[in-house]
Ligand binder design. Structure first.
Ligand SMILES: C[S@@+](CC[C@H](N)C(=O)[O-])C[C@H]1O[C@@H](n2cnc3c(N)ncnc32)[C@H](O)[C@@H]1O
Length: 246
């Protein structure tokens, strides 16, 4: 999460979903079953009737939900096996396409979408200037870039994140978003697992063995409290000179 150098496309290795896509699917199903994150996003940047990009879409878990009300949805993903998986998932949806690309290189025209969404998007943070510039290019005036990530300052889950990533500095990440003109809010959620085995599998792909074992020990049941951050930056609308004249 703290490393924003990535490869020459700015792509950050994502071992959880790259190596264990089936367990990551379990994780996505467990996350926030009441939809608090979707609700906050809808309040701040509703996509109904609009054109949206989900960048770093992984296996496309969120694409169908966006397609329920959006005019069109484009998933963009750099990792080829996940591009294929996302295409398989949304093949039956006419308004959804999945393209190979990255936050810094989105294969779509200038000013062609209203919302760029990036979820559990550790490729947005200090060092991701190219992704912000690219998002501003593809957005229409007034459109929004929405970055959603886990908040390492809250609950046991945050403590495990910090234990697993000793160089990660949440305050530095948050200061970066403030300095780049993003609004910020925090969203409290629960992750609910069907059973202990599922919870343990997910903790096992999110953390190294030592922290995963600690997380399993410190979790009595099948629910975790997890807080998210939602950061939004809007592309300015052009100022109409006529409207400034008295
Ligand atoms: C933790 S996964 C989240 C996937 C998806 N957003 C979800 O919520 O299911 C992070 C994803 O970001 C992708 N990724 C990594 N670096 C990226 C970059 N620079 N631009 C776009 N996507 C990137 C990874 O390949 C991976 O699919």
């Amino acid at each position: 999460m703290g490393d924003h150098r990535g490869d020459d496309r700015g792509v950050i290795a994502s071992p959880n979903i790259w190596h264990w896509p089936a367990v990551y699917e379990e994780e996505n199903r467990a996350q926030d079953p009441r939809g608090a994150v979707y609700a906050a996003l809808r309040e701040d940047a509703d996509w109904a009737g609009l054109d949206i990009v989900d960048v770093g879409c992984g296996t496309g878990f969120h694409l169908g939900m966006f397609a329920e009300t959006a005019r069109s949805v484009i998933g963009i993903e750099p990792h080829p096996p996940l591009v294929e998986a996302a295409r398989r998932r949304v093949g039956h949806l006419d308004t959804v396409r999945v393209l190979t690309g990255s936050a810094a290189h989105m294969p779509i025209p200038n000013g062609s979408v209203d919302l760029v969404h990036a979820r559990t998007a550790y490729f947005f943070g200090p060092g991701c200037g190219a992704g912000i510039t690219e998002s501003m290019r593809v957005l229409r005036p007034g459109g929004a870039l929405a970055v959603i990530d886990l908040d390492a300052t809250a609950y046991l889950y945050g403590e495990w994140m910090l234990a697993d990533l000793p160089h990660y500095q949440p305050r530095v990440v948050e200061a970066f978003f403030d300095a780049q003109g993003f609004s910020s809010r925090r969203i409290d959620t629960e992750w609910n697992f069907p059973d202990r085995d599922s919870l343990e599998r997910v903790l096992g792909i999110e953390f190294g063995p030592k922290v995963a074992a600690r997380a399993v020990r410190e979790t009595p049941g099948t629910t975790l409290a997890v807080r998210y951050r939602l950061h939004i930056r809007r592309k300015p609308r052009s100022i109409e000179v006529g409207s400034l004249r008295s």
